[in-house]
Design a protein around this ligand. Structure first.
Ligand code: LUZ
Ligand code: MOS
Length: 752
């Protein structure tokens, strides 16, 4: 079944926030953003701007009726800066005008006097100065002293990875419409309608029931709208409340790039110890997370980094410490993988470093250490499948890794200025919000008297196809055609207290809740059918819209049954509630069972490098991926392909360069290179690992959004191998992204 949004997208009929027809009198908002990364505001003069054409008013901290606070996890982030700014792009006020361009023009007339303060952009510098967003954490297992004593080899190094701009196609935006009696309806491009509702209530000083948030779909999010859609919705709501008019705030692309957070850059020191069989005995890592100017989601992201520092490997002695460092950059935020990729990059760098020193292929060390059923992760959870090893073996078998390897070797022997590189990237990603209480969802199902079905859940459609999967779930439970099912918008009055659609868990959590609701209604319909057909309920089933008694079809069809049930006054609506069982985590010990299950896989990557120009192509990414029993392999393969390309962008192209004053230099798409059709692999081939799939995944179909992003890390190491084929002496360290510029330097640099 194809994604139900496909037709709307290609014809341009899909509705995003900016497409909602505007009500008469709608006003437009543009935020005023700090131009300094760290400064005291000595004076803010709005008089000229307020007098400009079309200006209705300018709102700042003093105009907030409730709390000037939008911090989700920690209360450390004002909606509007008051006397001090902490990053370029930090909101200080919002201009309301009769149209967007008037507001934009007036912004140039706002005069702010700044007294500049020291700017920190480097997380290590921040850590040395004691500038942390919250206390550090350490995840440890085994005995480090003994672990390192037992090693035949010990290597140390440093690994850094850069940030990443989300570049969702639809920029951040919202439309707030006043309702009767103090209430507000807010359309928001958010992954977290409840986060938006709660934060508006807090800033406006209203109970949550006054705020209705509605989401039709997002034009992409990737984590960038898990927490950071909120500020813009709050500003629109604040203005709508103040001026009693609908207010729309859609960020221009250049404001969005400057003002919103991105993937966290990390800097790390590692020490890895191996025995002579290449078993990793001990791994110690210290990670410096660049958190930006406020905590945002950094505590949860740092936690996920600590969970994923061993990737798909079993390591008996582990010590991982992470610092979240406060810098004068826009607060870094969720981005596909949520800190996991940053942790996994470091262990892959450590293994590559050890392999280089030992003169063995990296894959030999990887293979020796893959986690297996019964092994314990360093956070206490026990690995419950052979899937890491099975993916690895299936990759070698299906894609003939040895043949690919000799083809690369032959090519390199016969080519002097073009080199190929090959690598293998295994992945292991934990599924669940690491914060256990977030793992719950609800669904509201109405079966209408004509047999059609309306479904509301907390899941937000952002292009990932969750609505299609949910439609399939409802259709399967009822055994009716998918054309009978409609997915409603995501709305806080229909489904309340939702977790954001994030952590790859949207289909699992909301799908399970939906399954529960549909099953409840189905039971009532079956009971009605049993009465009508004068039999016992155990004999009744519905198959393809027909009622069966045991294996015999009857004359009773879905529509007639629903109509009869309606006339018998049967309850044809239900709310399903799902809370993931099994999971728990004890933060005092940093041990527990945080994940419902893990997703595994392995990729074989080859790249071709032009050693004169330093430019490269990814020839192929061939993948064995653990989908479980996929509900929709077309959508899932699409997720894999998009994730791979996005991972390649993070690892090899996208470079967030800042100057010393905290200015983002790569602040537009002419300066920030995202992957395009030319940088995409020539071939992406994905085959499913054959498994049963876990019961706790929706209909055994595993979460798919984030895990395949990490295959992109393999492209980095394939490229590094190609560089070393040309220049074995290269001093190239581990500092992603490996851009063409860095590659070119590495091709000709010598040690010492
Ligand atoms: N969001 C969150 C996430 O709040 N908690 C998580 O564990 C998570 N993991 C991945 C992506 N988003
Ligand atoms: Mo996310 S990084 O699952 O919002």
């Amino acid at each position: 079944m194809k994604n139900i949004d496909t037709g709307g997208h290609v014809t341009g009929r899909s509705v995003y926030v900016d497409d909602i027809p505007e009500l008469t009198g709608t006003l437009h908002a543009v935020p005023v953003l700090s131009e300094k990364a760290h400064a005291l505001i000595s004076k803010m003069d709005l008089t000229q701007a307020e007098k400009a054409k079309g200006i209705i008013g300018i709102l700042a901290a003093k105009d907030i009726p409730g709390e000037n606070q939008i911090g989700g996890i920690l209360p450390d982030e004002p909606l509007f800066a008051t006397d001090e700014v902490h990053y370029i792009g930090q909101p200080v006020a919002v201009i309301i005008a009769t149209d967007h361009f008037a507001a934009h023009d007036a912004r140039k007339l706002v005069k702010i006097d700044y007294e500049e303060l020291d700017v920190i952009t480097d997380p290590r510098v921040a850590q040395q100065k004691g500038q942390l967003l919250f206390p550090p954490r350490t995840f440890a297992n085994g005995d480090m002293d003994k672990g390192f004593t037992d090693c035949d080899y010990i290597f140390e190094g440093r690994a850094d990875s850069g940030g990443q701009e989300h570049i969702y196609i639809e920029t951040q935006g919202s439309y707030a419409v006043p309702q009767e009696n103090n209430n507000l309806k807010v359309f928001s491009s958010t992954q977290g309608p409840t986060v938006v509702q709660k934060t508006i209530a807090r800033v406006l000083g209203l109970p949550m029931h006054c705020i209705e948030v509605d989401v039709t779909r997002l034009g992409g999010a990737f984590g960038g709208k898990e927490d950071q859609a909120t500020a813009w919705a709050v500003m629109a709501a604040l203005a709508a409340k103040r001026f009693h008019k609908p207010v729309k705030l859609i960020l221009d692309r250049d404001d969005d790039i400057v003002a919103t957070g991105k993937r966290h850059p990390y800097s790390s020191d590692f020490r890895i110890g191996l025995d002579k069989d290449l078993k990793i005995k001990a791994f110690e890592v210290t990670l410096y997370q660049n958190g930006g100017a406020a905590a945002d989601l950094s505590p949860a992201i740092m936690e996920r980094t600590l969970f994923h520092v061993t990737n798909a490997y079993y390591i008996p002695n582990v010590k991982a410490t992470a610092y979240s460092c406060k810098t004068n950059l826009a607060p870094f935020t969720a981005f596909r993988g949520f800190g996991g990729p940053q942790g996994m990059y470091v262990i892959e760098a450590a293994i590559a470093h050890a392999a280089t020193r030992l003169g063995v292929d990296k894959s030999e060390i990887q293979q020796q250490n893959l986690i297996d059923k019964g092994d314990q992760f360093h956070y206490g959870q026990v690995c419950d499948s052979h899937n890491a090893r099975k993916s690895w073996e299936e990759l070698h078998h299906h894609f003939n890794v040895e043949k690919a390897r000799s083809a690369v070797n032959d090519f390199n022997k016969t080519h002097r200025f073009v080199k190929k590189g090959l690598s293998i990237m295994p992945i292991c990603f934990g599924i669940s919000f690491t914060k256990t209480p977030m793992n719950n969802a609800r669904a509201l199902v109405h079966v209408y008297q004509d047999g059609s079905v309306g479904v509301s859940t907390g899941a937000v459609e952002m292009g990932q196809g969750v609505n299609t999967k949910l439609m399939q779930v409802a259709a399967r439970v009822f055994s009716v055609n998918t054309s009978r099912i409609k997915l409603e918008t995501t709305n806080t009055t229909r489904v309340a207290n939702t977790s954001p659609t994030a952590a790859s868990s949207g289909a699992d959590l909301n799908g399970k809740a939906l399954q529960i609701a549909c099953n409840e209604i189905l039971q009532r319909l079956k009971k009605e059918a049993a009465e009508l057909l004068k039999t016992e309920i155990v004999h009744i089933s519905i198959r393809n819209e027909k009622v069966y008694i045991d294996d015999q079809p009857t004359e009773l069809a879905w529509e007639a049954l629903v109509e009869k049930a309606f006339l018998s006054r049967i309850k044809l609506s239900e709310v399903g509630h799902y809370a993931t069982p099994v999971i728990h985590f004890d933060k005092t010990k940093e041990k527990g069972h945080p994940f419902t299950y893990h997703v595994y896989g392995a990729a074989l990557i080859t790249v071709t490098l032009d050693c004169i120009k330093g430019i490269y192509e990814t020839d192929s990414v061939q993948i064995v991926h653990d989908f479980g029993n996929s509900l929709n392999l077309t959508i899932d393969k699409g997720q894999v392909e998009g994730a791979v390309v996005q991972g390649i962008g993070w690892m090899t192209l996208e470079e967030l360069t800042y100057d010393q004053n905290g200015h983002l230099l790569a602040d537009s798409l002419s300066k920030y290179k995202i992957p395009d059709v030319y940088s995409a692999p020539k071939v992406i081939e994905t085959i499913p690992l054959v498994t049963n799939g876990p019961e706790l995944a929706i209909m055994k179909s595993k979460a798919v959004g984030e895990p395949p992003f990490m295959y992109g890390i393999g492209v980095y190491f394939a490229l590094r191998n190609a560089v070393r084929e040309f220049n074995p002496e290269t001093p190239l360290g581990y500092n992603a992204p490996l851009t063409p510029e860095k590659v070119l330097l590495a091709l000709y640099d010598k040690k010492g």
